[in-house]
Design a protein around this ligand. Sequence first.
Ligand code: G4P
Length: 526
Amino acid sequence: MSTETEILRRRTFAIISHPDAGKTTLTEKLLLFGGAIHIAGAVKSNKIRKTATSDWMAIEKQRGISVATSVMGFEYKGFKINILDTPGHQDFAEDTYRTLTAVDSVIIVVDAARGVETQTRRLMEVCRMRKTPVIIFVNKMDRESIDPFDLLDELEKELQIAVRPLSFPVNMGAKFKGVYNIFEKKLNLFTPDKQRITEKIEFDDINSPDLEKYVDEDDAHKLRKDLELIESVYPEFDSSTYLNGDLAPVFFGSALNNFGVNELLDCFVEIAPSPQCIAAQEREVSPYEDSFAGFVFKIHANMDPNHRSCIAFVKICAGKFERNVNYKHIRLNRMLKFSAPTAFMAQKKETVDEAFVGDIIGLPDNGNTFKIGDTLTAGEILHFKGLPSFSPEMFKYIQNADPMKTKQLEKGIAQLTDEGVAQLFVSQYNNRKIIGAVGQLQFEVIQYRLEHEYGAQCRWEPVSLYKACWISGNETAEMENFKRRKAQYMAKDKLGRDVFLADSAYVLQTAQNDFKNIKFHFNSEF
Ligand code: G4P
């Protein structure tokens, strides 16, 4: 197969949702359809979240599983599909954000009864920012749900994206009859069965009286009316608008019952993008270039305290990656070769000789070779953009609790924040270190790992902060004036950039009003 064909047949994506909407169930069903697993119940990584937030050790035990399920590759109808797992635990959201930088598209799962929930809204912001194409799967139609049209309105409003149903439910809850596939013009009748794949009935003309043979008169009448309304209200599905990230096709179904998943997958492979061009600081990099280029988007630590080994996950952006070939690590300015790169198929990882654009490879790292955002190339100096830090939601001062282990603590903080466990800010006012995280669990992870991997002890002290904003402005004098006037709120991030740490919405608002020429950014890439 030519390299071009290999690239064109790849679909690298993530499934995102608010916890409990059905991401794990849907992932598992996609793997079943792809023949990658044979029994339901095999994907359990997301069950991590079911443990109590404070039970870090219990989460710990499951990490071995989650490495293998970080990327799940399988073949389907000639396509090579790579699903990138996003941690299901609410507290791991930062890791999820970064995973989104390595995908070409996204499937959002929404619980039909609960509608759009917080985490979905936040993850969608990242998709919008990156213009990632999204498909929405409305799950749990076998339960009493919000009216589908109201739900479509809610999706449009809350996720700020135009929607276009490509399938539509016939009734819902106990009366759920099935889904009409608008894309294929087929009626798929629902039989509650977790294992069986249902048959589809083709309808060239939905007005044909044949419809009444399959669903009762009321449902048939309503379906025709609903489809009429859809055609008059929603724009035609246009794949270029979808590919630009401006339109989200919507599917309805029930992942648990294996329903609507096949339609989703068949349409997904047709319309979802193969790997696209990626912007580096120096130039745009095309997937069809001959020379290899890729970047690290995730580092998975092995928690064995005896040797600090990690796996760096590299997204291949151009060329072909080959085992035992020298590649340039741009930040270290060193040539490195890798004897045991791993690829991920189904739930197994195995050593591979080559991997193509769109694939993810795991590179074992025993010596802190990699940081999030590092670039590897065949030789050219490239720095990929698009791995922003987002304003954390929670902040704490980190304090040394064992003065004999200061060096170990410093090293631990530096390495763990490089790995992306949380963000580090240094206050320019009192020089103290502040850790910013998305959830409480990240603080526990840091404390545990500092102790077990570095032999250092830390203590958390409260600091009341509302948001971290990266600031920019064209006039040096004004920037300097701002930094002087707001000295008590100023900090530097890991890369030495200026960050304004506002302690309340009011302080932020006042600063924005007083300094009109200064821009306040809620992520580090502006
Ligand atoms: P998540 O990864 O997004 O957090 O969600 P997950 O798939 O774990 O699903 C959350 C719960 O919703 C699970 O129930 C799952 O069985 C159920 N579920 C998923 N899809 C459907 C569906 O289409 N219909 C209905 N009725 N339920 C669905 P649980 O009791 O929390 O877990 P389990 O004991 O079933 O594993």
